[in-house]
Design a binder for this molecule. Structure first.
Ligand code: HEM
Length: 363
């Protein structure tokens, strides 16, 4: 598609597909021409679906908590949680990467940052999975069921958070929920609903994505045993390895926008109101941008992949996801030699056109 139809109208989805790096980059950096206010009828208001200036104000409230420096301070703690999860699994002699490490690690850490009890993590793992889950079959009944389940999960999650908010209002703690409750924009506090939808976004946006990043990394290691040896001998390459996993197997394949004005791209006219799908996964393999784009190179420098998006909506949680994936890879490589996919294991993809990952990965 990158060569034949780099910009095409997809009748099936009623949206434009963009496949070239330059076009994806252009769309993501220009919120005036390509708005994030898509599909608002079924969503609660959150950062992802806001445009500047409100987007900038809301994002400023949490930016500080997610800088590489602030997140870097968590490294030792993330390592301890990772080690505990691996120890727990090691006793059994085999591991299932998703269940044993890649799913629990991000949930534990984000729950701690938000300030919700980690013992409730099974609950929000269930809720957040339902909120991002797609449909297994393309039927009306399946979509209706998905919407009903999502509605129910969102309701339960809101109720759960509103209990936590009440506690934090009377007894603020050193956590993100307390910070959001205290925050003001132009002298005005956020409403309870705004704080809750912020908390839900942080919980949901970072879970499945980071789970898939960690699992996709392990997948790459097992597909190429020489890579395991290389990283064991040169652990300083691990951060570059994580970047290359993000480029090569991006957890989010595409991001959506809606045209806010008529724009010409690749000789086609995209009209105001048209949906636009920017295929990050294709941009990341664009040979016009990356030398030897289909080769996996942990020492690729620079590596301007678009796995975390670009521009004003660039992933807020990128430093956290990077750190968790780095620590997970380091701890796995330190403990295990010759990590292999279990014999006879069948890889079942996550059923969503925009997510790249598998449901389980036994090693
Ligand atoms: C935004 C990917 C982890 C929170 C985004 C966007 C992408 C992305 C592509 C941009 C969406 C757009 O432009 O419409 C990923 C990937 C992750 C990851 C691949 C893991 C590997 C996380 C984590 C958190 C997080 C751990 C939170 C702790 C957010 C938030 C936004 C966002 C709040 C919205 C930012 C905004 O609209 O200004 N992410 N993400 N993400 N991500 Fe992530």
């Amino acid at each position: 598609a990158r060569t034949q139809t780099p910009v095409r109208y997809n009748e099936h989805r009623s949206a434009w597909d963009l496949f070239l790096y330059a076009d994806v980059h252009r769309v993501l950096k220009d919120p005036a021409a390509f708005s994030s206010r898509r599909g608002m009828e079924m969503r609660t208001e959150n950062l992802l679906v806001m445009d500047p200036p409100r987007h900038t104000q809301m994002r400023d409230l949490v930016n500080k908590a997610f800088t590489p420096k602030a997140i870097g301070a968590l490294e030792e703690h993330i390592r301890r949680v990772t080690a505990d999860l691996l120890d727990e699994a090691a006793g059994r002699g085999s591991m299932e990467m998703v269940h044993d490490l890649a799913a629990p690690l991000p949930v534990i850490i984000i729950a701690e940052l938000l300030g919700v009890p980690t013992q409730d993590r099974k609950l929000f793992k269930e809720w957040s999975d339902v909120l991002v889950k797609g449909v297994d079959e393309n039927t009306e009944a399946a979509f209706a069921k998905m919407h009903a389940e999502r509605g129910q999960a969102a309701k339960e999650l809101s109720l759960y958070f509103s209990g936590i908010l009440k506690e934090r209002l009377t007894q603020p703690q050193d956590d993100l929920i307390s910070a959001l409750l205290a925050a003001e924009i132009d002298g005005k506090k956020l409403s309870e609903e705004e704080v809750i939808s912020f908390a839900i976004l942080l919980l949901v946006a970072g879970n499945e994505t980071t789970t898939n990043l960690i699992t996709n990394g392990v997948r790459r290691l097992t597909e190429d045993p020489a890579l395991q040896t290389l990283l064991q001998e040169q652990p300083e390459l691990v951060p570059g390895f994580v970047e290359e996993v993000l480029r090569f197997y991006p957890p989010i394949l595409a991001v959506g926008r809606v045209a806010a004005q008529d724009v010409e791209i690749g000789g086609q006219t995209i009209r105001t109101g048209d949906q636009v799908i920017s295929w990050v996964a294709s941009a990341n393999r664009d040979e016009r941008k990356f030398d030897d784009a289909d080769a996996f190179r942990p020492d690729r420098k620079p590596n301007p992949h678009l796995a975390f998006g670009f521009g004003p909506h660039f992933c807020l949680g990128a430093p956290l996801a990077r750190l968790e994936a780095k620590v997970a890879a380091e701890e796995l490589l330190r403990r295990f030699r010759d990590l292999r996919l279990a014999d006879g294991a069948e890889l079942v993809p996550i059923p969503s056109p925009f997510v790249f990952g598998v449901k389980s990965y036994p090693v």
